[in-house]
Ligand binder design. Structure first.
Ligand code: 13P
Length: 277
């Protein structure tokens, strides 16, 4: 039987690296991050925002990347990122995703636990893993905007993981979605405590904009999944810009896709290398 995402993340922690989770937006970005993983012999998580799922439709999106995923030379997981809608989360469970993140952080604690538990029970019947979030991460991630960070205590983290049964855990630690306006204030003590006291793999959100030493410290402390979304979007447009600079207004859609692919792959390679300690 193939290893599930939780097992791969537990192994990554033992082997001192974190698996990158890139928010793909189309076929080209999916192909680029997988190719980077193959070059570096590292598992890859292709995350999809709910906005991306709604644009393509769950079944179409899963179908579009299925052959890339199945023929990859490294383990590749399709993961749903920050889903706040129960129906959409269940649709993805039924449409070919390997893992689901239910983001109940906008709900009061008890409701977050109950909703996360519901999706855990649903997803486990089909052998999927579930990621849960506690606390709030500032910034904008597709359709979700959060203005004020709220970090949980270690006791709240332990309680949440036990009550929900999540397989992968993403506590807010002071990182932000999108670009940082100042120096990020990361609670490394919380990272250390969670990673020591909670056996479920530790996820870092808001990877874009963290520097190399911060990434390495997070991996050293036990983070085994690090999310990168904004950097992929920047690479996407850099690829298009590079193409225009070199080719002016030449109309060649396949060539622009290649330029996008190259820029996204370069960004992915940088993160894969940085996430090893
Ligand atoms: P960034 O956009 O800051 O890389 O955050 C990605 C993320 O955490 C997606 O869930």
């Amino acid at each position: 039987m193939e290893k599930n995402l939780q097992t791969v993340l537990i192994e990554a922690k033992k082997d001192h690296f974190a698996v990158p989770a890139f928010n793909i937006v189309d076929y080209t970005s999916a192909a680029a991050v997988i190719s980077a993983g193959e070059d570096e012999k590292t598992p890859i998580i292709m995350q999809t925002s709910t906005g991306t799922v709604k644009w393509y439709g769950a079944k179409h999106l899963a179908g579009m990347v299925a052959e890339l995923k199945n023929s990859a030379k490294v383990p590749v997981f399709l993961h749903l990122d920050h889903c706040t809608e129960m129906d959409l989360a269940k649709e993805c469970v039924d449409s070919g995703w390997d893992s689901i993140m239910f983001d109940g952080s906008k709900f009061p604690y008890e409701e977050n636990v109950a909703k996360t538990r519901e999706i855990v029970d649903y997803a486990h019947k089909k052998g999927l893993t579930v990621e849960g979030e506690l606390g709030t991460i500032v910034g904008v991630e597709e359709e979700i905007q959060v203005d004020k960070a709220k970090l949980p205590s270690i006791d709240e983290c332990i309680d949440f993981v036990e009550a929900t049964g999540v397989d992968i855990f993403a506590p807010a630690i002071g990182t932000a979605h999108g670009l940082y306006s100042g120096e990020p204030k990361i609670d490394f003590d919380l990272v250390k405590e969670v990673s020591e006291k909670i056996k479920q793999p530790f996820v870092v959100h808001g990877g874009t904009g963290l520097d190399e030493s911060t990434f390495k410290e997070l991996v050293q402390l036990g983070a085994s999944k690090i999310n990168i979304s904004t950097a992929l979007k920047y690479a996407y447009y850099e690829g298009l810009d590079d193409y225009t600079k070199e080719n002016g207004d030449k109309i060649a859609p396949v060539e622009t896709e290649k330029a996008k692919y190259n820029a996204i792959k370069k960004m992915a390679l940088y993160h894969i290398e940085t996430f090893r300690v």
